[in-house]
Write a protein that binds this ligand. Structure first.
Ligand SMILES: [Zn+2]
Length: 448
């Protein structure tokens, strides 16, 4: 099923021809099927290329690229971390292989902690094979395929074609490209790809490979093209999606117990427990961005996935929606605080009590993967620090660290940007709290 969403944009490098080509030279040494330029602009199919390894590509050139490189003769048995067949531009290619540390080996939980088996009404699903602690890694996997989320093949379409005919011709041509990418996979991965579920069947000219890809797509938050999100660029262009053999089996819940995060150096998507998971419990992630929306709005977000969610929140929307409203009201992290230096009860009344209430509501509702949860833990640690209660401060700081591990352990530019933002907020809060300690006087207000 299609999962993930675009969190935000990030900085792009300039769209220029390569100046330093050592990246490609390194890739080409002792590697197999590494880079093949997709000739433009009139290519009927991928195999029209000469297949030569080359360093001579530009940022906007489309490439077929196997990442990371693997030794000649490698099989998935000998090299279980695997590799991804990528249909990407030179810009994305450089971004991938210039990641510091790339390609690191995949981390593996020991012993393995999941199994794939039948999930009633949902086909296959992922289940916990043992108890899993909040923050623990469940699986890290490299994608089978990395592909543009939307792509217009450069093949010329007859000028008299209508918009609809052009769309259909493009869809047909893209299917040919995809066929070429899938054929580069090892045979067992081709079989695994064909076994993935396909719930998309639109009459828009798209073929079975595209439909399977779109049913199982995870959006990728790295490697945006410089064109992404620019005026005049249609939605979906300039970004990539990934298809996985195992991760594509994880089902959706609006109250997920696991989180996904891309880890650039190991070139893998990592799934971590966002709360404690008991043995035999099904492991869920969310496919939608705003899981605290009321039930009808969530169902609307799920529309492209063509199923009705039956998670605990969707099964009991009146209770769940009301709880979410309360969480949003009580859980405000920035609020104006009335301070009285002579009577520190305000710390409990205005900071600790609402945070604890909100924390309980979040746990009852199963929303521990929300950033608010982490923010409240940080607020509690700060509040107890203000009261000089070191034991409570340590307790909440430890819990914050575990949640942070679950939510932002992977290494990628988006997480790095989020970390910097979060540290700035924490610094500002601490400075404000320090001021409170230094101010002589009775009553005043401050925003925390
Ligand atoms: Zn739901």
């Amino acid at each position: 099923m299609k999962r993930g969403f675009l969190k935000s944009e990030k900085a792009f490098s300039k769209n220029e021809p390569p100046k330093n080509r050592t990246d490609v030279a390194n890739q080409s040494k002792n590697s197999v099927n590494t880079v093949q330029i997709v000739p433009t602009p009139t290519v009927p199919a991928l195999h029209g290329g000469d297949g030569k390894l080359t360093a001579d590509y530009h940022d906007d050139q489309w490439l077929l690229s196997t990442q990371p490189r693997y030794p000649p003769g490698a099989t998935l048995v000998k090299y279980p971390d695997g590799w991804s067949e990528c249909f990407i531009t030179g810009h994305a290619q450089r971004k991938i292989i210039n990641t510091p540390g790339f390609p690191e080996p995949l981390p593996r939980p020991n012993p393995s902690c999941f199994r794939i088996s039948d999930s009633p009404g949902k086909g296959l699903g992922m289940f916990a094979a043992r108890d899993i602690k909040m923050g623990d890694l469940i699986i890290a996997e490299r994608a089978l395929l990395i592909l543009p989320r939307a792509f217009t093949p450069p093949d010329r379409v007859p000028a008299h074609f209508t918009e609809e005919q052009t769309k259909r011709a493009s869809a047909k041509a893209y299917e040919q490209y995809l066929e070429g990418v899938v054929q580069r996979l090892p045979l067992e991965s081709q079989v695994a790809f064909k076994q993935l579920r396909c719930s998309r069947n639109q009459d828009d000219g798209s073929g079975p490979i595209y439909n399977t890809v779109m049913t199982n797509l995870f959006m990728i938050y790295d490697y945006f093209e410089p064109s992404y999100g620019k005026p005049g660029i249609p939605e979906g262009y300039g970004c990539y999606g990934r298809v996985f053999k195992t991760l594509s089996r994880i089902n959706h819940s609006c109250r997920p117990n696991a989180q996904q995060d891309w880890d650039s150096p190991s070139f893998s998507l990592q799934i971590r427990a966002s709360r404690d998971i008991m043995k035999d419990e099904e492991i869920f992630i969310t496919y939608i961005p705003r899981i605290m929306d009321p039930a009808p709005a969530r169902q609307e977000q799920l529309e492209p996935y063509r199923f009705r969610c039956d998670c605990q929140a969707c099964s009991n929307p009146i209770v769940s929606d009301e709880r979410c409203r309360r969480i949003e009201k009580v859980g405000l992290l920035r609020r104006t605080i009335q301070i009285n230096r002579n009577d520190m009860r305000w710390v409990h009344e205005q900071l600790i009590d609402p945070s604890l209430e909100c924390l309980t509501l979040i746990e009852e509702e199963g929303l521990q993967n929300e950033e608010l949860y982490r923010g409240l833990l940080s607020r509690l640690a700060d509040s107890y620090s203000l009261l000089g209660d070191t034991a409570e401060e340590t307790k909440w700081t430890r819990m914050y660290d575990v949640v942070r591990q679950a939510q932002y352990n992977a290494r990628n530019p988006l997480n790095e940007a989020a970390r910097i933002r979060e540290e700035a907020v924490q610094r500002s809060n601490k400075e404000n709290l320090a001021k409170i300690g230094a101010i002589k006087g009775q009553s005043f207000t401050v925003t925390l």
